[in-house]
Structures are given as structure tokens and as C-alpha cells.
Design a protein around this ligand. Structure first.
Ligand SMILES: [Zn+2]
Length: 395
């Protein structure tokens, strides 16, 4: 009997739900799945058989019996395929090879000094080929690639503008797709970082969270009810350009007193260059000075913590988040910034709004974006396991 389109669609949806249930609750039996999602056991069994055939699910030894025959338990086969996640940063390019659960198999960092799109694209290609040399034998190989870019990326994956790279209207997707297939996702680095922390890091339990990427600038990814809030044009989250001081320092956007002119890594480095004019201190140096008890360095940390708190108090009042995760470079100074930052949030935000808000530093360190980027092609692959062909990358 020929199935109608609707029946096929429903079957596909059910299969995705069964796969998601196995991924989230493994190990579990066919009966457990049936009870969890309310599909009858025969349908669940048939969908599970297909998932086993496509090697996304495996059976393991019997679980505890509730009286009768011990049930066979099912596991998601996280090594059925792999993905590459890339974070294009201002100093370097981080590339990670992960399995379908986001576990890192291998990573590669490449120093960047020339940001021309062709050079960066070459580094991306080399990184993918290099990482794919470590690829274990698997049924699907590399299922896709995700890339986080420090700039505006529209809903068609086009890089509209990345000021720190000097990029305007760059089509990374078009440049990479002929070689690496269509499952390539380009997104703003803070959006990718937010997804990374939500799936694998500090935000796993949170439904409403703001991830702040604080490096040279300040960007954010906002997760509302478990999903990324993208805005009308995919440009949401530019919190670094919220005005916090009407006549403050000039920002690269042309405005004055943007939050990132006062609370970013760059703001800190600019001040440090004046304090220690005989050397050019980097963030790691200032952290080391502060840990050794240098009064100037401690004051710089406290001032930056305070400026961070000013902007965070605004975000707490507007979005009433459950969790704020501070990531990227400034998370390295977490313990030195946090007292002053928390004090300012306490002093400046509305008490009912901050009551249930926790502020944390990224548990994935400076890998949040690369891991979140890698998760995007994985999510796409797993949402339709029948359709996507294996796209093996030859090293
Ligand atoms: Zn600005």
C-alpha cells in the first residue's frame, strides 16, 4: 500500500521523537519509550528497528526486570557520526571535532594575523582536513560543520558585517558547500556560544538564559523557553552597544558610552596600557598581577566588575533571566571580577527581578562557541536521519 505524504510526515516526526527520547533518557527499553511518549509498543518497536538499522541506536544487555522477561535496553549511538565546530576569533581560529553528543575528540588552534576572507577560508579548510585525519571509522563520517563568526550573520547564513575582521557581505557558506556539503551552519559567535552552554555547559538546566561573550567586544545569545531568540533579522543580542554612559568613550559603532567601551576585555586592556606604559599587558598578565596582589590590577578588576554589573542589572530588569553565563575571554578573570559585579547587580537591579537569577561563568571556558557551532549540524542531522546522506570528508 502506498503511504500518503501525511502518513510519511507523521512517521518521520514520531521517529525523531523516539530518537530524542532515547538520547535524553538512555539507557531505556522500548516499553519505557512507549510509556514516555504515549505511542503504542508496536509502533515504537518498528521505529526503533529502523533506528538500529540506520546505526543511530544500539541495544545493550538486559536491564532490571519488573517481574517478567528482562527488557533489552537501548542506547543512542553517539559515534555514528561526527561534526566540526569552528570559532573564528580575533586572535585565532579554534576548530573542534566532536561526536554526536558533543564530546571533543580532537581540537586545533590556528593563530590568525591576516583576516582576509580567503586566508581565513583556507585555515578553515585546512583545519577540517586536519581534524578529519583523526576521524574514527563510522557509518556517517562528518555529518556537517558549524561556524561561529564575530559579527552579524543573517537568516540565510550570510556574514553581513564582522568589524573586527574587516568583513562585509562574506558568503562563507557558498565558499565551503561545494567541498563539504550543504549541512553547514554559520551563526553569530555569541548565539553559538549560548547554544553550546545550554546543551553542554552551565546552562543545561536553564530554560531562560543570557550568554555573554566578552572579549574585544560584548555580544550575547538570548535563550527564551529553551530556544534561541533570534529577532526579526537574526541580529538580536547586541548588548555591547547599549548605552550606559551618555558622554562616555567613543565606540567603534560611532556611538558614545556603549557598554563594551567600559566593560570589555578591550576596555580593560586600554586602561592597562596607560597604567603599565613600559609594557603591553595582555589579559593574562593583568590576571597574574591581580592574583599576586598588585593594587592597580585589583582596582582595574574591581572597576571592570562594576561596569559589568551596570549592564547586567539592565539585562536582569528587562529579561528576568534564570541564568546569566559569562563566557569568552573575560571568563578567565571570573573570580577576580565577580564580587564587584554581583554587588553592582544587587544594588542596581529590581529586587523581584534578580531574586531567581544566578550569574555563572562559562563551564566550557573559551570553547562554548566552537561546541555550540558543532551542535547545529548535529541537530539538523538528527532531526531527519532518513534524508541526510553521509558526507564523508576525505583527508
Ligand atoms: Zn557601540
Amino acid at each position: 500500500m502506498k503511504k500518503t505524504g501525511d502518513q510519511q510526515l507523521i512517521k518521520k516526526m514520531n521517529k525523531t521523537i523516539v530518537l530524542d527520547t532515547i538520547r535524553q533518557r538512555q539507557p531505556l527499553s522500548r516499553a519505557d519509550i512507549s510509556a514516555a511518549i504515549g505511542l503504542n509498543k508496536a509502533t515504537v518497536s518498528s521505529l526503533v528497528s529502523e533506528l538500529i538499522e540506520s546505526r543511530l541506536v544500539t541495544e545493550i544487555g538486559p536491564g532490571a526486570s519488573s517481574g517478567g522477561r528482562k527488557p533489552t535496553l537501548l542506547l543512542f549511538e553517539r559515534s555514528a557520526g561526527y561534526a566540526v565546530g569552528i570559532d573564528i576569533r580575533v586572535n585565532d581560529l579554534l576548530a573542534v571535532l566532536v561526536d554526536l553528543e558533543g564530546n571533543v575528540l580532537k581540537e586545533k588552534t590556528t593563530k590568525l594575523s591576516d583576516f582576509s576572507p580567503d586566508t581565513v577560508l583556507n585555515h578553515i579548510r585546512q583545519s577540517i582536513h586536519q581534524l578529519s585525519k583523526s576521524l574514527p571509522e563510522s557509518p556517517y563520517g562528518i555529518v556537517g560543520i558549524g561556524i561561529g563568526v564575530p559579527g552579524l550573520v543573517d537568516e540565510k547564513s550570510q556574514v553581513i558585517s564582522a568589524p573586527n575582521l574587516g568583513w562585509n557581505q562574506i558568503d562563507l557558506l557558498g565558499a565551503l558547500a561545494p567541498e563539504f556539503g550543504a549541512n553547514i551552519h554559520i551563526d553569530n559567535e555569541a548565539n553559538a556560544g549560548a547554544i553550546g552552554e545550554k546543551l553542554y555547559g552551565a546552562g543545561r538546566e536553564a530554560q531562560n538564559l543570557i550568554y555573554l561573550s566578552i572579549g574585544i567586544g560584548i555580544g550575547s545569545g538570548i535563550i527564551v523557553d529553551g530556544a534561541l531568540y533570534r529577532g526579526t533579522s537574526n541580529f538580536s543580542g547586541e548588548v555591547g552597544h547599549m548605552t550606559v554612559a551618555e558622554n562616555g568613550p567613543l565606540c567603534r559603532c560611532g556611538n558614545r558610552g556603549c557598554w563594551e567601551t567600559l566593560a570589555s576585555e578591550k576596555a580593560m586592556l586600554d586602561r592597562a596600557a596607560k597604567l603599565w606604559s613600559d609594557l603591553v599587558p595582555g589579559l593574562e598578565d593583568i590576571i597574574a598581577f591581580a592574583r599576586k596582589g598588585d593594587a592597580e590590577a585589583i582596582r582595574l578588576m574591581n572597576d571592570t566588575g562594576n561596569q559589568l554589573g551596570v549592564g547586567l542589572a539592565n539585562l536582569v530588569n528587562i529579561l528576568n533571566p534564570e541564568l546569566i553565563v559569562i563566557g569568552n575571554r573575560l571568563s578567565l578573570a571570573g573570580e577576580l571580577l565577580q564580587d564587584e559585579m554581583l554587588r553592582t547587580i544587587e544594588n542596581r537591579s529590581l529586587s523581584y527581578h534578580r531574586k531567581k537569577t544566578t550569574v555563572a561563568f562559562a563551564t566550557l571556558g573559551t570553547s562554548s562557541t566552537a561546541l555550540g557551532a558543532a551542535s547545529m549540524p548535529i541537530t539538523m542531522f538528527l532531526s531527519d536521519p532518513d534524508v541526510l546522506p553521509a558526507s564523508k570528508v576525505n583527508s
